[in-house]
Design a protein around this ligand. Structure first.
Ligand code: ATP
Ligand code: MG
Length: 402
């Protein structure tokens, strides 16, 4: 990022670090990524770098690449461009696309996200009291909160997320309209909400984010079936399962272990699925098929609000349906299940169910012991099977079972 900033400065442009990068550095945290804002147009930025590409149609940005790292460089944008974007007129007047740094600052979301680090004199430029809010731990939207949420409802999720991540309070006027406007998330494309859900739940502070989202009635917009099931819970375990599952992902991330969206969504949607599956079972369907049908129904409903890419929804369904196969502890079947590529994740899921008081702890213990008996380490892997483990598992398949 510094290289980009200095190159732009040497080429005669203004160049600032902006957004989460500045905020996180000021908080003494390691930024996830760095964004650069400049008065150079995308064409001028591209010309200043050999390793740059212009991307985006509506918002043209430049990606400057250093090996695997990408620094995003954006030209100061005007407020007018923002309004035009929402006027549905379709045509964007390029004349109005760019603006001054002051205009660029005003169209950002929170004051703490509108700080500019200026390499020309190593100062932080602050048009909106962001430094003070950062010190006070306050999230304050720029402008009129209701207008800003209507412009982009995702800002409500960002308020909850930053509040969870930094332990900040949401300033009163910024907080006030959220619950009432939560329904506006219904207009946001499901693919964008998927990205936001990952940021909320695969970032190391999922438990806290979950609580904030529920507090502001935002969770119901993302996972309506789950919210419904939690609201009508007659036992403790549905909520316990979700909380324990999210706690697990937080712990795994703290230990730098991988977390797959398949497992996350399996946790979040289990309770509504279980309710449907129970009904189907009562109607006489075998458990495996009941889980399969219920899974289909729950996913079909869920993707109306939050998209789940197939590469994750397929393993997610397997995690669910494999729960039925854990009941088969006789004959060759346990060994066959052990060889299933999704065994690991499904077993972790069984443990979670047992810990939450939903599945039989003795059944879970049986599977732990069985793996040890087979020379496998039940705590060994993660949710993702590695090539190594796969090879190890395929061996028993060829051997005749005991
Ligand atoms: P993090 O990357 O840690 O999640 P961030 O604040 O950097 O947080 P980004 O999504 O990377 O979030 O966005 C970079 C900056 O762009 C923000 O700090 C903010 O200034 C601006 N921004 C992002 N999303 C919005 C939005 N929906 N409305 C207005 N400004 C936004
Ligand atoms: Mg960022």
């Amino acid at each position: 990022a510094l290289k980009v900033l200095y190159r732009l400065k040497k080429s005669g442009y203004q160049a600032h670090l902006v957004g989460g990068g500045v905020r996180d550095l000021l908080l003494g945290r390691e930024p996830k990524d760095f964004d650069v804002a400049t008065d150079a147009t995308p064409e001028q930025v591209k010309a200043a770098f050999g390793n740059a590409r212009i991307i985006g149609r509506r918002f043209r940005l430049v990606h400057v690449r250093f090996g695997r790292e990408i620094i995003e460089v954006a030209t100061f944008r005007s407020m007018q461009f923002q309004q035009e974007k929402h006027s549905e007129e379709g045509m964007v007047l390029r004349d109005n696309e760019f603006g001054s740094i002051e205009e660029d600052a005003l169209r950002r979301d929170f004051t703490v996200n509108a700080l500019y680090y200026n390499i020309a004199d190593f100062s932080v430029i602050d048009y909106s009291n962001g430094m003070q809010d950062l010190e006070d731990g306050l999230l304050r939207l720029l402008g009129d909160p209701e207008t800003r949420y209507r412009e982009d409802p995702v800002r409500m999720l960002r308020a909850a997320r930053f509040s969870a991540k930094f332990g900040f309070n949401i300033e009163a006027a910024t907080e006030a309209p959220i619950t009432e406007l939560a329904h506006l998330l219904g207009d946001v494309p499901s693919a964008r909400l998927y990205e936001e859900v990952l940021k909320l739940f695969i970032s190391g502070y999922a438990v806290s984010a979950f609580k904030k989202l529920r507090h502001y009635d935002l969770f119901a917009q993302l996972f309506p079936q789950t919210e419904e099931a939690l609201a009508h819970e007659d036992h403790e375990f549905p909520l316990v399962l979700v909380l324990k599952g999210l706690e697990n992902t937080d712990k795994r991330l703290a230990q730098d272990k991988p977390v797959t969206p398949a497992f996350l969504f399996a946790v979040l949607l289990w309770e509504p699925l279980r309710r449907i599956a129970n009904e189907l079972e009562a109607e006489g369907l075998p458990l495996y098929q009941a889980l399969q049908h219920a899974g289909n129904r729950v996913v079909e409903e869920q993707v109306r609000c939050v998209a789940i890419p197939r590469r994750f929804s397929t393993p997610m369904r397997e995690i669910w349906t494999l729960q039925a196969r854990f009941h088969n502890t006789k004959g060759k079947r346990p060994l066959r299940l052990l060889a299933h590529p999704r065994f690991r994740a499904a077993y972790d899921f069984l443990l979670l169910r047992a810990e939450s008081g939903e599945a039989d702890p003795e059944l879970a213990a049986w599977w732990t012991a069985f793996q040890e008996q087979q020379g496998l380490d039940p705590k060994g892997g993660g949710n993702k099977p590695t090539g190594n483990r796969r090879r190890r598992r395929s061996r028993p398949r060829k051997r005749p079972a005991k």
